[in-house]
Design a binder for this molecule. Structure first.
Ligand SMILES: Nc1nc2c(ncn2[C@@H]2O[C@H](COP(=O)(O)OP(=O)(O)O)[C@@H](O)[C@H]2O)c(=O)[nH]1
Ligand SMILES: [Mg+2]
Length: 252
């Protein structure tokens, strides 16, 4: 039997249509942790049937689900991936290997569409603008705040992230930059999702994401990540306090 090297957190809100394809494509040594966020379509039972470790998180929100998965993980490396079949689990080693080889502390998958309609235009535009701002704020050369990502579990826990909604991926990036983590970006494929989008494909989801991320960005205009050894407690706390301020529960 292959030992578990990597835990893969899959936040899941009604993704029964996508789960079989995803769970059958986990690389050897990668364990799927499906965090069911109150699905009503049988996602949790399906995930169990396909051999995933299932965690239940009753509090709605992408960050609530993602963080519950991180807390449930036990492997030294934790990866995150949407449970919507827009990203192929077979790409996971692209974000995991640099962590395993200690070449990076956080690796983000830059989404490269594999078909023309993989990425709604408004989401793509917003992401391009966000990435530009993040490059200016942090000095980290990223072009996408990609949801497929990996880092060491103990490092992620030490970030003490507080956002429990759509700001979670951004808070992770900003906190990691503030702590001078070595952040890398690699290309990963991006296909049209299966099933209904919960965030960028809906007006409500998009507005929530903008609201959550704007609060974090307002409080963090000064981070410089130059990968030197100095970790500024002040910088880190400004990120987490912004997350605390923007956190108000509810569905994202
Ligand atoms: N927004 C949101 N997503 C959730 C929640 N719980 C789990 N998810 C999952 O988070 C992932 C990202 O959401 P998704 O709809 O793909 O967002 P998109 O990629 O912007 O369209 C999916 O796997 C969802 O099923 C929740 O409460 N809110
Ligand atoms: Mg998605």
């Amino acid at each position: 039997m292959t030992s578990i090297r990597v835990d893969v957190v899959l936040p899941c809100l009604n993704e029964a249509q996508a789960l079989p394809w995803i769970l059958e494509r986990m690389p050897a040594g990668y364990r799927a942790i499906v965090v069911d966020n109150g699905s009503t379509d049988g996602s949790a039972d399906l995930a169990l049937a396909f051999g995933a470790h299932v965690v239940h998180e009753t509090r709605r929100g992408f960050g609530a689900a993602a963080h519950a998965g991180l807390l449930a993980a036990t492997a030294p490396i934790v990866a995150f991936c949407d449970a919507d079949a827009s990203m192929d689990p077979r790409d996971l080693p692209l974000v995991v290997d640099p962590i395993a080889q200690d070449d990076a502390d956080l690796v983000l998958g830059r989404r490269r569409p594999t078909t023309r309609n993989a990425w709604p235009p408004h989401a793509r535009l917003a992401n391009t603008y966000l990435s530009w701002r993040l490059r200016r704020i942090t000095g980290v050369n990223i072009h996408d705040l990609g949801p497929m990502r990996a880092a060491r579990r103990d490092h992620l826990l030490a970030l003490d992230l507080h956002d429990r909604r759509s700001g979670y991926p951004l808070e992770m990036f900003l906190s990691a930059a503030a702590a001078n983590w070595r952040i890398r970006e690699v290309d990963t494929g991006y296909a049209p999702r299966v099933g209904r989008s919960k965030v960028t494909g809906t007006v409500r989801g998009t507005l929530t994401a903008i609201h959550d991320m704007s609060g974090l960005l307002r409080a963090t205009s000064t981070i410089r990540n130059d990968n030197d050894a100095s970790v500024s407690a002040d910088r880190t706390s400004s990120v987490t306090s912004a997350a605390r301020a923007s956190r108000s529960g509810g569905r994202s």
